[in-house]
Design a binder for this molecule. Structure first.
Ligand code: ZN
Ligand code: CA
Length: 377
């Protein structure tokens, strides 16, 4: 059913199409050709107007087989890569691995996911396998901080639940949880004065800000929450004679539980506002949720179905909690249950990136197995 040579050829072709993040123009055009030539409909949002990336997010739909009425499924991968990702020359090794020539990444992150989708669609068509509606969502700008999915217009999403094909780990590993992250910008204003002549007239923004930071819970706040001050800037180099009137801080907070992240941000804000008020200083505290958390256990339907499908495909399911966000976070934020499946890539974001051909075949089997599990209702 799965044709390994065709799958490998597709993958090798995809990774040779340069698509470093922001430069997604060409891969976008070719993906539209490939999916539409397989009979899928294509839609795209207008996210590139907001992201400045080379492509919108793409939504390809495979309509349900006549008479099959089951929940709507989606799979997602991203079309962009990290750098150095121009002029990739994939090498097929005697050991069954595909690598780059060592001067670039390979781009299996995430072209391996796209290749598995295309092969699965071909197998479904050739064998007339019944299936429900399946949407294939290919995002741009994932590697630039989930830019595409963060700017996505969710009105194009037409799915009840789904799977991201973009996790590290062994085939069978399911990222059932991932943290939320907030980015925080803080500015303290004091009052400048000559530090030697008239220090009483000044309010040191540095003193106030450092006092506020010392009152914040930071580091590993609890087993589900972390926070960090990443930048603390103020003053003028060499100017020790000025009481500094302005300090800016950049910080982050993460938690696997949305409420805990909000509580952490609030604690940091309180520390800033109280300290500033006590000192007669001013503070502006801005926070932005970059992506929301998600967390499922093995009783969640989206997880259960994946585990059953993995077993049927001869893989060993294993659930784990991811330490970082991915597009799956955004889809969960849209209210569409999504978990992230490992597809076998190794050492991504390095020139040692590689993938085993047999794992690419397994990923395709997993996609097909999920489709069939859903079709059986
Ligand atoms: Zn990826
Ligand atoms: Ca990546």
């Amino acid at each position: 059913m799965i044709q390994q040579n065709r799958l490998v050829a597709e993958f090798v072709e995809l990774v040779q199409i340069d698509s470093e993040t922001t430069k997604e123009q060409e891969i976008s055009r070719i993906l539209k050709e490939k999916f539409t030539s397989l009979g899928l409909t294509v839609q795209e949002d207008d996210s590139s107007e907001r992201t400045g990336h080379g492509s919108n997010n793409l939504f390809f739909t495979l309509p349900a087989t006549e008479g099959v009425s089951v929940p709507k499924l989606f799979f997602t991968s991203h079309m962009d890569t990290v750098t150095p990702g121009a002029g990739i020359k994939p090498q097929i090794g005697d050991d069954g691995y595909i690598r780059s020539d060592g001067t670039t990444i390979l781009g299996a992150d995430d072209k391996a996911g796209i290749a598995a989708m295309l092969e699965a669609i071909r197998v479904l068509k050739e064998n007339n396998l019944p299936h429900g509606q399946i949407q294939f969502v290919i995002t741009a700008g994932e590697e630039a901080g989930l830019k595409g999915s963060r700017a996505m217009d969710p009105k194009w999403m037409d799915a009840d639940f789904g799977y991201a094909l973009d996790s590290n780990g062994d085939i069978g590993d399911i990222a059932v949880a991932a943290p939320t992250q907030a980015k925080i910008h803080i500015t303290f204003w004091g009052r400048s004065a000559h530090a030697g002549v008239n220090p009483e007239a000044g309010i040191s923004a540095i003193t106030v800000a450092s006092r506020a930071v010392s009152k914040m819970p930071l580091g590993r706040v609890d087993n589900e929450t972390t926070a960090n001050i990443g930048r603390f800037a103020g003053g003028v180099e060499g100017a020790t004679n000025i009481v500094v009137d302005r300090v800016t801080l950049e910080a982050e907070a993460r938690s696997i539980v949305n409420e805990k992240m909000y509580a952490q941000v609030e604690a940091m804000k309180q520390a800033c506002e109280q300290t500033a008020a006590d000192a007669g200083a001013k503070v502006e505290f801005k926070s932005e949720v970059i992506y929301p958390a998600y967390m499922y256990d093995e009783t969640a339907p989206v997880v259960k179905l994946a585990m059953q499908a993995l077993e049927k495909a001869g893989c060993t399911p294993r659930t784990f909690h991811s330490g970082g966000g991915s597009d799956a976070n955004m889809f969960n934020g849209f209210g569409i249950p999504t978990v992230n499946l490992a597809i076998g890539y190794i050492d991504i974001h390095t020139t040692q990136e590689r993938i085993k051909i047999s794992d690419m075949v397994k990923s395709t089997e997993v996609v097909l197995s999920i489709v069939q599990q859903v079709a059986q209702g």
